[in-house]
Design a protein around this ligand. Structure first.
Ligand SMILES: NC(=O)c1ccc[n+]([C@@H]2O[C@H](COP(=O)([O-])OP(=O)(O)OC[C@H]3O[C@@H](n4cnc5c(N)ncnc54)[C@H](OP(=O)(O)O)[C@@H]3O)[C@@H](O)[C@H]2O)c1
Length: 307
């Protein structure tokens, strides 16, 4: 650990909580519903390594297979107030369920699997239509009640649709938004449509998929493509490949470039990286805290048109 610098801390919007700028995304800590398959022991080792490296933010969802239970096991014995635990609701059942009753059940099951009495953040996850969640007696009402009771600390929305995220920003009841795959080295649309308004309303910004599902890593290209046949990123993938080649030609680590790029925008509260092993989270923490000279950012702007 000694050669890795401490992770910077950021305030997550009006939650007023200080969290590490890098958080561990729980999608990879499962039985293979996303990317590669990991054993329980590997996942636990990944979370424990993250804790040793000072990571305080952990994101998961009932959708991510065994992820919640594995995080719960890994955190057992660790002081609860030293971590920020974020999970989601609405997914993990078929069909998705944003009803009041379904939300109550989902939160209670998450508490049990995560072995905790309170959750720092619960996010309405991947709705195809916001109305059921926002309807009287629906998911949002139940989350607000849990918040009043102190069972949950904050309420968020995690979804790809910028329209839905904008509704959440202006609604007043949401403390955070989670946007993914739309602010990274190859695509910056979320910055244009969401960041200024979120900041103005005190809504914390959480970023997912900073490595574009693994495309912006040193992993062999063919391997990444084979792992993500289900993900529709053809144009973005082509651009990601150019980015990798550009970074390689300059001797810059693509993971450092990708993660630090997201964090250079000070409005971003936390960047979630989908590491699945101790080695990966270590590489990611190192990447965030390593030095990327200003000349590289200037060249990125000049040669790749990305700033
Ligand atoms: N709707 C939502 O709410 C939503 C949507 C997207 C993401 N998220 C959250 O954001 C988190 C991050 O998103 P993501 O998982 O898509 O992001 P990501 O970090 O952009 O990509 C994850 C992929 O990158 C690989 N990877 C990570 N670190 C690596 C390294 N150092 N070297 C090589 N490969 C590496 C992982 O490999 P392995 O598969 O081998 O681990 C995984 O395949 C998720 O885990 C989830 O918590 C939420």
């Amino acid at each position: 650990v000694s050669d890795i610098f401490p992770l910077p801390l950021r305030r997550l919007g009006r939650t007023e909580r200080l969290v590490t700028a890098l958080g561990l995304g729980g999608a990879a800590l499962n039985t293979g519903s996303y990317g590669r398959t990991y054993t329980e022991a590997e996942s636990i080792a990944c979370v424990r390594r993250a804790l040793e490296l000072g990571v305080t933010y952990f994101d998961t969802s009932p959708l991510y297979g065994d992820s919640e239970r594995r995080i719960g096991l890994a955190l057992d014995g660790w002081p609860r107030d030293r971590v920020f635990l974020a999970t989601k609701t609405g997914t993990g059942t078929r069909p998705k369920d944003y009803s009041g009753e379904g939300t109550r059940r989902s939160v209670e099951e998450s508490l049990r699997r995560l072995r905790t009495e309170r959750l720092d953040l619960v996010q309405i996850h991947d709705p195809d239509d916001l109305s059921p969640a926002l309807a009287p007696g629906g998911a949002l009402d139940v989350l607000q009640r849990f918040k009043e009771e102190g069972v949950i600390g904050a309420i968020g929305l995690g979804v790809r649709s910028h329209e839905f995220l904008r509704t959440a920003i202006h609604h007043g009841a949401f403390d955070t938004i989670l946007t993914y795959a739309d602010f990274n080295l190859v695509r910056q649309t979320a910055r244009e449509t969401l960041f200024a308004d979120a900041r103005a309303h005190g809504v914390g910004i959480i970023l997912g998929s900073p490595l574009l599902f693994g495309y912006l890593t040193n992993r062999p290209w063919e391997q990444v493509v084979a792992e993500h046949k289900d993900i529709e990123v053809s144009e973005d993938a082509r651009r990601a490949r150019e980015m990798r080649e550009w970074a390689e030609a300059r001797g810059v680590d693509i993971v450092a470039l990708a993660l630090q790029y997201c964090l250079r925008d000070q409005r971003v509260g936390v960047v979630l990286v989908g590491a699945g092993t101790p080695e990966e989270i270590e590489e990611n923490v190192r990447a965030v805290t390593s030095d990327v000279p200003e000349t590289v950012w200037a060249a990125l702007k000049k040669e790749m048109g990305v700033e």
